[in-house]
Design a protein around this ligand. Structure first.
Ligand code: XMP
Length: 430
């Protein structure tokens, strides 16, 4: 990393990530470290220009206020303190500084250069990845999600065909999703891509399984099994690529954070498959991951893809999955996405999709009684997916989507709009 860096030391603030993002928005790279970092470790970090001691609501742990090693002040970096009065700081603030105050500290006190941008990041990473990987091979599970797609594009730029991507189609992808992974990566980026058609295998395992948690477990476990089988067929793989991003690292634990979530990864691969990890996005926030993807030439639709659960349409085809209802979910979802895009709602609404339950209702079609499935529309907005509000959709768009679903989707005779917030409803139905 050649870029200048402002180090944030976490003294119990809940706003470390927000502060890091603000500094990065000024064009200066910033990372968060625990308050008890040693002065030697701090000095060993590359291109540090200044330090912010970021205190806050979780400062007191087990009755004692956490503090930094006083020798931190003698490392030769300008220090700014938030909620941490001390005579040794260049600047002190009772609460988070304003943008102007932050700008003054970063540029006037620290003399940092605004050289954090995706072009520089990519150039740095390409060099680092080539150094780390040499002439070895890297394996990557490429789902088509934002993070794995950007990791793939970055690795292709760095090591080309030494990257082996495996895309597993479990049959629960949205319409044209697997095809677009093949088109973008194999056809346009000339990647070494193994496409595994595991549709029958997954649907076979899921046959008759109605319990949502069992469905999730089967899909997750089967995914690892398929991926492992493919990995065992390959030779000379020493690295495993992963789409870990900075929030995963932050959430996996600072000394004062209240909610500690374990760092998620592909996981589950057997111990004897001894891969070293390659995680080139682990310094980036989600919006930076997207900017990086665009800079690498990935299509807008892939980079701004809405969140999609790992078990895919499997948790939107309620109860025991049947191919008939799965197709109704896939087709109605494609119509909803198409109409949202035409109306510009794809840029506004956080997550939107359709659900097909496992019961029928009576209707009338071509002057005759019909007995078919309903389609339920869901469109929600949220910041962190912990709570959500519904999008107040215009009547016109609801009407348009309904007309198209009733006309184009087989085995469906009714459309409903779910207006339940979370809580009490979750975003997904299963
Ligand atoms: P809920 O339904 O819990 O969803 O309100 C919150 C967010 O998480 C997504 N979600 C999942 N993502 N595996 C995932 O990777 C899952 O099993 C899963 N279940 C829900 C959901 O789409 C929403 O964005």
């Amino acid at each position: 990393m050649k870029q200048d860096m402002i180090v944030i030391l976490d003294l119990g603030s809940t706003k470390n990530a927000a502060l890091a993002r603000e500094i990065r928005a000024l064009g200066v790279y910033s990372e968060i470290y625990p308050h008890d970092i040693t002065p030697d470790a701090l000095k060993a970090l590359p291109n540090v220009r200044g330090v912010i001691l970021n205190g806050g609501e979780n400062r007191v742990v087990d009755g004692v206020a956490v503090d930094v090693d006083p020798a931190i002040y003698d490392c030769g970096f300008p220090v700014m303190a938030v909620d941490h009065p001390t005579a040794k700081c260049a600047k002190q603030f009772a609460a988070l500084p304003t943008e102007d105050e932050l700008r003054a500290f970063v540029f006037d006190d620290c003399k940092a250069e605004a050289n954090w941008n995706m072009k520089n990041f990519i150039a740095d990473q390409v060099e680092l990845l080539r150094e780390q990987i040499g002439d070895k091979k890297v394996l990557l599970a490429l789902s088509g999600g934002v993070d794995s797609s950007v990791v793939a594009a970055l690795l292709i730029k760095a090591i080309g065909k030494q990257l082996v991507c495996v895309h597993v189609n479990h049959g629960l992808m949205r319409k044209d999703e697997s095809e677009s992974v093949i088109r973008v990566f194999r056809d346009e980026m000339n990647a070494n891509l193994i496409y595994v058609d595991a549709v029958d295998r997954f649907l076979g395992k899921l046959e008759g399984v109605a319990d949502p948690e069992r469905k999730r477990k089967i899909i997750g476990a089967e995914f690892i099994r398929v991926f492992e089988e493919e990995a065992r067929k390959l030779e000379g793989i020493e690295f495993l690529g992963q789409g870990t991003i900075y929030p995963d690292i932050i959430e996996s634990g600072t000394k004062t954070a209240k909610t500690v979530k374990s760092h998620h990864n592909v996981g589950g691969l057997p111990e004897d498959m001894n891969f070293e990890l390659v995680e080139p996005l682990k310094q980036l926030f989600k919006d930076e991951v997207r900017a990086c993807g665009l800079e690498l030439g990935l299509p807008h639709s892939m980079v701004f893809r809405q969140p999609f659960p790992g078990p895919g349409l499997g948790v939107r085809c309620l109860g025991a999955i049947t191919r008939e209802r799965l197709e109704a979910v896939r087709e109605s979802d494609a119509i909803l996405r198409d109409e949202f895009e035409k109306a510009g709602l794809d840029k506004k609404v956080w997550q939107y999709f359709t659900i097909v339950p496992d019961f029928k209702s009576v209707g009338v079609r071509d002057n005759a009684r019909c007995y078919d499935y309903p389609v339920i529309i869901r469109a929600v907005n949220t910041v962190d997916a912990m709570t959500a509000t519904i999008e107040r959709l215009d009547w016109d768009i609801l009407q348009k989507v309904t007309d198209r679903i009733l006309k184009e989707v087989k085995n469906v005779n009714r459309v409903c709009y779910d207006i339940s917030p979370k809580p009490t409803a979750t975003i997904e139905w299963e």
